[in-house]
Design a protein around this ligand. Sequence first.
Ligand code: NAP
Length: 525
Amino acid sequence: MKLANYVCGQWQQGAGGGEALLDPVTGEELARVSSENIDAGAMLEFARRHGGPALRALSYAQRADLLAKVAEVLAANRAEYFRISLLNSGATEADASFDVDGAIYTMKYYAKAGRALGDGAMLKEGAVVALSKTGAFLGQHFLMPRQGAAVFINAFNFPAWGFCEKAAPAWLSGVPVVVKPASATAWLTQRMVEDVVKAQILPEGALSILCGAARDLLQHVREEDVICFTGSAQTGMRIRSHPNVLARSVRVNIEADSINSTILGPDGAPGSDVFDLLVKEVVREMTLKTGQKCTAIRRILVPRAQLKAVGDAIAAKLASVKVGNPRNPEVKIGPVVNKAQQAACLKGIAQLKNECTVVFGGDDNFQPIDADAQRAAFVQPTLLACNDGLSAGAVHDVEVFGPAATLVAYDSTGDLIALARRGLGSLVGSIFSNDAPFVEQTVLGIGDLHGRVLVVDSSVGAQHTGHGNVVPSCLHGGPGRAGGGEEAAGLRALLFYHQRMVVQGPSARIADLAARCTDAALLYV
Ligand code: NAP
């Protein structure tokens, strides 16, 4: 089966043999993708000429209704998405839910939030600016929906959520979507697109999909387009520095990898609430989606006196987690997505072993349940420990995109802050502590190098939303190594798909334009 591309309002097969999508447990071929001979330039032009104008003929509220219908279609096909997630990603039920239900929830969230934007055609930002003594000549800032296409280049680990969290704010803004999922897991995104296209909810050109390599896609982007990329920092750099992207100043958002840390406060003695909550969260982060989350905990920063106790507690929990074929209902950790990712994880763990001791796992030849270790792409959950974090290199630099994390001892709050900052820009950091001055000092010390900081104390307990969980109402993204991007953050996400500009002119003309607007202040409520 070769997955078709949806381009210029038609299903088109790419040429040649394409690239195989495999079951990471059995190694069996499931489907193929090819973007060969697909005209990416024509695809983008069709989106700009047909999809964009049709979407922008609707108001924000009308487009919000479209999102609600898309969410309904996706919800109706949820079982099929779980089946594909199991086959192509080796996802357990919980893993598939995180991606698929997360996608549907996000689409519904934007459908609901978007209704508040009402009948406007664009957004008016702030009050008028007086530019003449009489008030006859004024300035008004506007946010205009971009008239280009939104190009999404996505990572393999969130084929459902990665598509929907980007598509929802783009459509709500009136911008057509061209999605290029990662080849390895393109099947799920392609199936979702097929279902939405079949349902005939969106205008022609509002949604296109390119399955397979990006090829010359970036050669065809223009000044009014936007690119939203999620993936490794290395690919992100290539996209950001593409000559056509640079020459045309195409707006780019990059969500890249990140060496996220969780922090146990000095009050986190064994038996305390915060100790137990941190241990639980680390195990959740290492096991859910087999640690293949950009937000997953990679470094566990703990007071030196607690290094052993935290390590023992996490190791004890990991020892009881079953790793193997996700078709076995007892299994909690499935494989990583393919042999290449398995090799990359094992290489990363080997690098970490050079400066760390192994607390749990780390066996390259470990035997998963109900699977042939030779054919399958498993990585044993691995916990490492580092005594001298300030001198370490790989601990702060190597992202093992799998079920691995490293404990790092700290001696003072100053050292802790320096250690967390060695991530050089992270999506998320979390702090487990009841020590208010410590929490405040740490948030202030690391905040500028983080997109999100999660603080958990005894008053919150298990009610927190999770270290690695991205909620659509709050910012997702991070500075530096994390890519410097911003997604979600509620309706603030629409800013990316609008151009801020000012009209300076006669007060009557400004009033005419303002009458067509929704107040941009609604993006911030
Ligand atoms: P990747 O290898 O960087 O690929 C990401 C996407 O870029 C894929 O669709 C890939 O297509 C495409 N691509 C590769 N080279 C390209 C080029 N020269 N021009 C245009 N597109 C190109 O990343 P991945 O292995 O799929 O994903 C894992 C990484 O993503 C991890 O490092 C993880 O931390 C990060 N991630 C970050 C976030 C976040 O929100 N910050 C979320 C999830 C994952 P092909 O698949 O066809 O090669």
